[in-house]
Design a protein around this ligand. Structure first.
Ligand code: SF4
Length: 368
């Protein structure tokens, strides 16, 4: 049974583990990124590599030390380093003595044959395509419940009566989803988990601030890489709306792009008419949509040296002024500390609270 691993992005590993097990693989669960992960990542990655690459290097080193033989990850297209991650990680890991292989899944709508070839490679149990499809459907349902639970915590945390109660219950109910296997069990566990989470005592009438979070996908989805910014904001009385979830991103890259009255790309068009790689265009588009939806502010999460987010950051200054929405940017690297981030968040929340209570036309932006 091949020992496989994959990048850790929030709680999604619970669904991927089930899928990989179903396909007949032994899974080495990627550990939650911590200081040791980052130390490995910094030691073995190029100095000016972006933070996600370093964290993933560290994660892979840890999983290879636990015996991982095959890494499964997704690719990237456009002018951004993400498309080269697979080759680079393989070179780094092989050069430090781990004979690991990497399978990079590209978007199936643009590389259908390559996608099927790779599915065959991870299908160690030699299941039929129909059986694989059934496994994917169960994994997908799990993923949807995991995303729904996280969204619910965003709404509850700023309204909870006892600080920390949402996070506590969230941690408990995640295990229920983890333990479910058959489709019926997944639905039962998912619904029960959502209902239980919603029972956390909270004040529905409490006035809270609403802040949108935009930025690069990895630092948005993995709380350890963004120093749990969503939890910190929730504790400051802010309802967070994250612009990207794994289910939404997967749907956009496999089936068709989700679009409301105005799509993210259309919103960004006057500022960025081209794909600039990563999620730079999405950061701008989502900020405009948040301004239109009456959000109180936007926070951009950008890995240090990430070109798409640097470009977006430059444009967001104008977007902030023209759409009258405060924007705060965090450039994240291995030096970023939680205490410093919390101080800046408190100042930002204070600013948007005052702006909400006494609206001014001259908008201010805090530079990251
Ligand atoms: S989007 Fe930015 S952080 Fe992500 S891979 Fe590309 S350059 Fe690195």
């Amino acid at each position: 049974m091949p020992k496989v691993t994959f990048p850790r992005m929030g709680e999604s590993y619970r669904a991927f583990r089930m899928l990989m097990n179903d396909l007949g693989n032994e899974v080495i669960i990627p550990p939650r990124p911590n200081k040791k992960t980052l130390d490995f990542g910094v030691r073995y990655s190029p100095e000016f590599a972006c933070l996600p690459l370093k964290i993933l290097t560290g994660t892979y080193v840890e999983t290879c030390m636990s015996g991982a033989e095959l890494i499964i990850t997704s690719g990237g297209s456009g002018p951004c380093r993400a498309g080269l991650y697979g080759q680079l990680h393989k070179k780094i890991l092989n050069s430090i003595g781990f004979p690991v292989d990497i399978i990079v899944f590209e978007a199936p709508k643009s590389h259908p044959i390559d996608f099927l070839r790779k599915v065959k490679r991870v299908n160690s149990s030699r299941l039929s395509y129909l059986a694989i499809w059934e496994c994917v459907k169960r994994g997908w349902e799990k993923l949807k419940y995991l995303d729904d639970l996280e969204k619910t915590t965003h709404a509850l945390r700023p309204r909870e009566l006892k600080k920390g109660s949402t996070t506590k219950v969230y941690r408990e109910v995640l295990e229920w989803i983890d333990g479910a296997y058959a489709m019926k069990e997944i639905h039962e566990a998912g619904k029960e988990a959502l209902n239980t989470l919603k029972l956390v005592p909270h004040d529905t009438r409490r006035a809270v601030l609403r802040v949108g979070i935009v930025g690069e996908i990895y630092v948005l989805l993995e709380p350890a890489s963004n120093l749990e910014i969503e939890e910190t904001l929730g504790n400051l009385g802010v309802e967070v709306h994250r612009s990207m979830f794994l289910t939404g991103w997967t749907r956009d890259n496999t089936v068709k792009e989700t679009s409301g009255i105005l799509s993210v790309k259309e919103a960004a068009m006057p500022y960025i008419p081209l794909c600039i790689g990563g999620h730079g265009r999405e950061s701008v588009g989502h900020t405009i949509l948040y301004a239109r939806d009456g959000f109180d502010g936007v926070i951009q999460m950008a890995p240090f040296t990430c070109i798409p987010e640097i470009v977006a950051r430059t444009i967001l200054t104008r977007v902030s002024r023209e759409h009258n929405i405060p924007v705060l940017t965090f450039f994240l690297d291995e030096q970023t500390g939680k205490a410093g981030m919390s101080t800046r968040l408190e100042a930002f929340v204070d600013l948007i609270r005052r702006k909400k209570n006494a609206p001014v036309s001259d908008n201010r932006i805090i530079v990251g």
